[in-house]
Write a protein of this length. Structure first.
Length: 331
């Protein structure tokens, strides 16, 4: 099998295909495997503020220009807003995406919390959360997504909410949705049909796609063809495709490809997502500068068609993948 080739130039312009997500550092608890190895026991607001700012600095210096956050990521919007205010150079040429529809309820706890976030896609929640987001990000908000839409979400059917979203789009914000669950493709295709006054409402999607869960790919290609911004999240499957966790027989081909190319497992997973012709941005979810540096080597990794074909058998049935994800502990 022809080997992938890797470039190491940190100025590689393809790094612009990668963004930095803040889910892992905007709150003390998350569902990434090995989180206890990534973050110290000191997860105070100040400690995670410093961590987030350091990651944003490193990502921007490397060439990353897309930054993703959400109302439910603890204080991530606040941390990002502070960084942008202190970095007018970054504010001037970065794209900022956030999400609404979940309310963070863990009160800065990591364990013993029955519910870390509550989902509600109502017009009332939108009204509250867009004010909260605007209070922090003001006019720096470029993309605003309904968080974790499934086919039964009222975000796909509520005319009152659609009018509010259309008004936001009229202000120049790209309105869209993120998706989760085994029916992501159905949610994307339903969203493609939503119109307000005869015009398509949504223009962006952030979806889970990775080597274990590629089922949304055809629908994401349709969204891309319709002119949507397509952002890939969870390309590393919440850490399941990180080298330290990819130890089972189901990830043997990932390890084989890593050994053959000299690339890390995380870089391979991210490069595979970036190789999809419909993917505009692939998010990194690094919690440490070392992870970020490793993740971004994906920008210089060129996977051959044979490499991608060899990695394809890693795919799981979508329902099985999402059952496993739902069982991951918050830590």
């Amino acid at each position: 099998m022809p080997a992938a080739t890797a470039a190491t130039d940190p100025a590689d312009p393809s790094i612009g295909r990668f963004g930095l997500g803040t889910a892992a550092v905007g709150r003390p608890g998350y569902i990434t495997l090995g989180r206890d190895l990534d973050l110290p026991a000191d997860r105070t607001v100040e400690a995670l503020r410093r961590r987030t700012h350091a990651l944003l600095d490193a990502a921007y210096a490397a060439g990353v220009r897309y930054f993703d956050t959400a109302r439910s990521y603890g204080r991530a919007e606040e941390f990002l807003a502070e960084w942008l205010a202190a970095r007018p150079d970054a504010a001037a040429d970065s794209t900022v995406g956030s999400k609404w529809g979940y309310t963070y309820t863990a009160d800065w706890q990591t364990s013993g919390v029955p519910v870390h976030e509550v989902k509600e896609h109502s017009a009332a929640v939108f009204d509250r959360q867009i004010k909260e987001t605007r209070a922090l990000l003001d006019r720096r908000l470029d993309v605003y997504l309904v968080h974790s839409v499934t086919p039964d979400s009222p975000a796909l059917t509520d005319p009152a909410l659609h009018r509010r979203l259309a008004a936001l789009a009229g202000e120049g914000v790209r309105v869209g949705l993120s998706t989760s669950g085994p029916a992501q493709a159905d949610a994307v295709r339903a969203a493609l049909e939503v119109t307000v006054d005869g015009r398509p409402l949504f223009a962006a999607v952030q979806a889970t796609w990775n080597l274990l869960e590629p089922s949304a790919g055809p629908a994401l290609a349709e969204a891309h063809a319709a002119g949507w911004l397509v952002v890939v999240k969870e390309a590393m499957a919440n850490g399941r495709l990180a080298g330290r966790n990819a130890t089972g027989p189901d990830t043997a081909e990932l390890r084989s490809c890593a050994a053959r190319t000299g690339a890390s497992g995380d870089a391979l997973a991210l490069a595979a997502a970036a190789a999809q012709p419909w993917a505009d941005i692939v998010l990194c979810g690094a919690a440490t500068p070392e992870q970020l540096a490793s993740n971004l080597t994906a920008a210089g990794l060129r996977l051959s068609p044979e490499d991608l074909a060899g990695l394809a058998p890693l795919a799981e049935p979508a329902e099985a993948y999402w059952r496993t994800r739902a069982a991951l502990p918050w830590a």
